[in-house]
Design a protein around this ligand. Sequence first.
Ligand code: HEC
Length: 126
Amino acid sequence: MGRALGAALAHCGECHTPRNEAGGMRREKWFAGTAQGPEGQRAPNITPHGATGIGRWSAAELADLLKTGLKPNFDDVQGLMSEVVEQGYKYLTDADRAAIADYVMSLPAIDNRVPEKASKPQSGYD
Ligand code: HEC
């Protein structure tokens, strides 16, 4: 795997992996999502778990999201995820995005339901 890909994947983990009290990433929950991601944003479980992760997505759908910011249901991703797509992932090659998607889909499926933020009002402007 090329260096750019390795860096991109490490980057996913920064947001999508929950942290312990010391701020370290919890390896046993690699990519399993956290309600307390960077800037307090909820980062979903992106392991291929069928019920709590993205196990029902195809690798091609995941690669598409990294290019367009659109999920398989045509919702667009919000917040930090839309920023990283806009600022980085959409400029990768299709082959690189496919390689990232294949890697993510090959991870162990982790059963981790990340609670929705019920308390946050939906302003629609952030
Ligand atoms: C800077 C933080 C950050 C980085 C880096 C990041 N994400 Fe995200 N990601 C998020 C957030 C926050 C959301 C939730 C967006 C929303 O609520 O619409 C998200 C949503 C997603 C979703 C949608 C999941 C779902 O069930 O709706 C997928 C898939 C995803 N990210 C994959 C990735 C992959 C793959 C990478 C690395 C190539 C990555 N993300 C890097 C923060 C990040």
